[in-house]
Ligand binder design. Structure first.
Ligand SMILES: [Zn+2]
Length: 131
């Protein structure tokens, strides 16, 4: 059980972390690195936010599972809505699907699924998650 001051400290720590992540994704023009880091950032955010909500709300194991699933679902939708421009490295995002054109340089997003623009095609097989 955390005290109120510990919970506030944890909340501000999470807000500071998310601000830094957002600033990096917005300001950096290194698209390959952002493609590599973005899934890891999102997974760590799911774990941290679920853990924080579980502690603050004093959830049972079922509550943790439900909150974790909801946070993971929202994070997945966020993941699918982001596109890192091949031409300029801009982080483009719009609604529930990535925009067709980069709003910074005007380059067109490659055809097909949004995930195809995130890097080289991933190998299919049992280790690949189907999204
Ligand atoms: Zn661009």
């Amino acid at each position: 059980m955390l005290s109120n001051s510990q919970m506030v400290t944890a909340l501000f720590g999470l807000i500071a972390l998310w601000t830094l992540e957002g600033a990096y994704l917005t300001l950096s023009r290194d698209a390959p690195r952002k493609r590599r880091l973005y899934p890891r950032i999102l997974v760590s955010n799911v774990v941290l936010l679920t853990a924080f909500l579980s502690v603050v709300l004093e959830l049972s194991i079922w509550g943790v599972l439900v909150v974790g699933a909801l946070v993971a679902l929202v994070t997945h939708l966020t993941y699918r809505s982001v596109w890192f421009c091949e031409a300029c490295g801009y982080t483009a995002r719009a609604g529930f699907s990535p925009p067709a054109y980069c709003s910074d340089c005007g380059a067109r997003r490659p055809r097909g699924d949004a995930r195809e623009s995130r890097g080289p095609p991933a190998a299919s097989g049992p280790g690949r998650l189907a999204c």
